[in-house]
Design a protein around this ligand. Structure first.
Ligand code: DGT
Length: 198
């Protein structure tokens, strides 16, 4: 059975794959994502294609050193009216991000790519549309105080799997797409290649 490698430092992706009972190892690709992202944006690429390219980059890079293994790379971009928003670095910025997204609909593009021996052999880039309530500043402050710095690991400064779900008035899309690792198509592919039991 081919070995599965997750090319990610994301706590959410690791947790999702582990909870799904998938046997895997993790490896961090150490790609300069900011440089690649800025280059792609300068070429006029949109948030979806940026996520796709970064996911492939991470998967292909790790796969070169893991002969025969199926390496999963993933990347998620937040798209508000076509503009790409990156993760924030401070809690103050997280507060501003949640204020910016308030009352609006944004998209998450979650790319997942599988590579083997330096080649991308499968990919999927599903999206999700998330509409946020007109929640109060007090709600934001309570949520951020409750979640702490963990929230900075999420591109939208929210975590759907906890009280973050209270931020939304409507969610269109797959739960795992929102968490950053779409599973259904990925698992079909892994089963096809004998890496998961059928
Ligand atoms: N726990 C949680 N995390 C979320 C949620 N929505 C998005 N995320 C996380 C998943 C990813 O870790 C992060 C998206 O950022 P990236 O795609 O750049 O991944 P990241 O840099 O974290 O890790 P990687 O590039 O895979 O090494 O946002 C959510 O609802 N809950």
């Amino acid at each position: 059975m081919s070995r599965i490698v997750l090319a990610s430092k994301s706590p959410a992706r690791t947790a999702v794959l582990k909870a799904a009972g998938v046997p895997f190892e993790t490896a961090v690709a150490g790609v300069d994502e900011a440089a690649v992202k800025n280059g792609l944006l300068a070429e006029g690429q949109g948030p979806r294609n940026v996520a796709d390219a970064l996911a492939e980059l991470k998967a292909v890079k790790i796969s070169r050193n893991r002969p025969g293994d199926l390496v999963i790379g993933a990347d998620q971009t937040l798209d508000l009216d076509g503009a790409l928003f990156d993760k924030v670095e401070t809690m103050a910025q997280a507060r501003e991000r949640l204020q910016l997204l308030r009352g609006k609909t944004h998209k998450l593009h979650s790319a997942v790519v599988v590579a083997r021996d330096g080649q991308a052999i499968w990919r999927e880039v599903p999206g999700a549309k998330l509409t946020m309530r007109n929640y109060s500043d007090a709600f934001i402050d309570d949520y951020l105080a409750e979640r702490g710095e963990d929230i900075l690991s999420s591109v939208g400064c929210y975590q759907l799997e906890n009280q973050g779900v209270q931020l939304f008035s409507r969610i269109e899309g797959d739960y795992f797409t929102i968490l950053g690792l779409p599973l259904m198509g990925l698992f079909d592919f892994l089963r096809l290649h004998g890496a998961l039991k059928s």
